[in-house]
Design a binder for this molecule. Structure first.
Ligand SMILES: Cc1cc2nc3c(=O)[nH]c(=O)nc-3n(C[C@H](O)[C@H](O)[C@H](O)COP(=O)(O)OP(=O)(O)OC[C@H]3O[C@@H](n4cnc5c(N)ncnc54)[C@H](O)[C@@H]3O)c2cc1C
Length: 339
């Protein structure tokens, strides 16, 4: 009866939730419509791979888009991409308990400022309940549907403010021209607007321990690192830490003043900005060049360190190479790629 009417049944966690939903709509969006928010950073394009779910019955096992992303071992365990799972009649899904806890937050834009060219900081007041998260996690920002396309668009943004501010949240958004979300943020979003975010999501968080911390970020990749550093400082964590931050020019160094203040306050913290294209004629006595080259030049042997990287995939992959060549155990390298 469900399929005759174009609907299907989704049975979550052995009946904890039972949902009737349109057959044609991907599982990711059918779950979202029922306020079950599972991680998804690319908004349904099968590129981020974060919406992995285990399906115990009813899924199509021959989805070409999944093959490039899921390992053979995952496919053998019934793992699928929720964004590519559609056309089912009755689907049995096993979700981790944490996924049922992520929720949608209604927020109001408190302030907007542009800390660097093509970079926008959006300060959100979070609804009454406040948002509990761990520094380094991200939310999905919801771009409302339009008259041309009724479906909302979801994009991931790391929270740039520390978890101590649960009633507010800062996002740092780099403009991608032609994109679905960032032009909306730059051209349409205004102070006072109501917006929704889903979350929190992600496991890019500082692990407890005593190792020296290396943070490496490029551009808007500073967002989760700022949250992590402010959180470590607020909690009085005394681990030594160095933050390498790359930008094109000095004007593109977002949160430079924050980082310099932290370095002045915390004896164990060092901030190393690296400019790839410093403006000729502008005074700059700091590091110049690409991040991997700067790391190769500046890093000691990394026997007692762990590293946290965030930004574009190219910078991250090349920097990981530099870290490993300095002796860092790959299991102690953690990253969020903004792709
Ligand atoms: C876990 C996670 C956290 C993230 N946190 C942040 C954050 O804090 N701040 C932030 O600015 N971004 C962040 N991103 C990236 C963000 O989710 C979007 O991908 C990005 O803002 C582009 O969205 P869009 O809708 O404007 O462009 P889209 O419509 O997604 O893309 C339009 C076109 O641009 C290309 N494109 C997408 N992103 C980029 C890029 N960065 N550079 C160049 N080309 C691109 C696409 O391939 C596509 O062809 C994060 C991504 C992930 C996975």
């Amino acid at each position: 009866m469900h399929d005759a009417e174009g609907t299907a049944r989704i049975v979550v966690n052995n009946g904890e939730r039972v949902i009737d939903a349109p057959r044609a709509r991907p599982l990711l969006f059918n779950l979202m419509a029922e306020r079950i928010f599972i991680p998804s950073a690319c908004g349904g394009r099968a590129s981020c791979g974060q919406c992995r779910v285990r399906i115990t019955a009813g899924a199509d096992t021959n989805v070409p888009e999944e093959r490039g992303i899921l390992s053979t071992e995952e496919m053998g365990r019934g793992v699928h991409l929720a964004c590519q799972t559609k056309g089912y009649r009755e689907l049995h899904v096993q979700l981790p308990a944490g996924y049922l806890q992520a929720r949608q937050y209604s927020c109001r834009v408190r302030a907007i400022r542009d800390p660097a060219p093509g970079m926008r900081e959006v300060d959100l007041a979070v609804d009454a309940a406040g948002l509990q998260f761990i520094a380094g996690q991200y939310v999905q920002f919801v771009v409302p549907g339009t008259e041309h396309d009724a479906e909302p668009v979801y994009r991931a943004y790391s929270i740039a403010s520390p978890p101590s501010c649960s009633q507010s949240m800062t996002l740092l958004v780099a403009l991608v021209s032609g994109g679905a979300c960032t032009p909306y943020v730059f051209e349409r979003l205004r102070p006072g607007d109501a917006v929704f975010v889903n979350g929190p999501f992600g496991g890019f968080v500082v692990h407890p321990g005593s190792r020296e911390l290396l943070f490496i970020a490029g551009g808007s990749g500073i967002a989760p690192v700022r949250a992590m550093l402010l959180d470590l400082a607020e909690r009085g964590d005394s681990r030594r830490a160095t933050f390498f931050y790359s930008a094109r020019t000095a004007a593109d160094l977002v949160y430079r003043a924050d980082m310099e203040q932290l370095a002045a306050r915390l004896p164990g913290f060092r901030f190393v900005p690296v400019l790839s294209h410093p403006k000729p004629g502008h005074a700059w006595s700091g590091e110049v060049g690409g991040m991997p080259a700067a790391l190769a030049r500046l890093l000691p042997r990394l026997d007692h360190h762990e590293a946290y990287l965030c930004g574009g995939p190219g910078m991250i992959d090349a920097s990981i190479g530099a870290l490993v060549s300095r002796g860092l155990d790959p299991n102690l390298i953690f990253f969020d790629k903004f792709s």
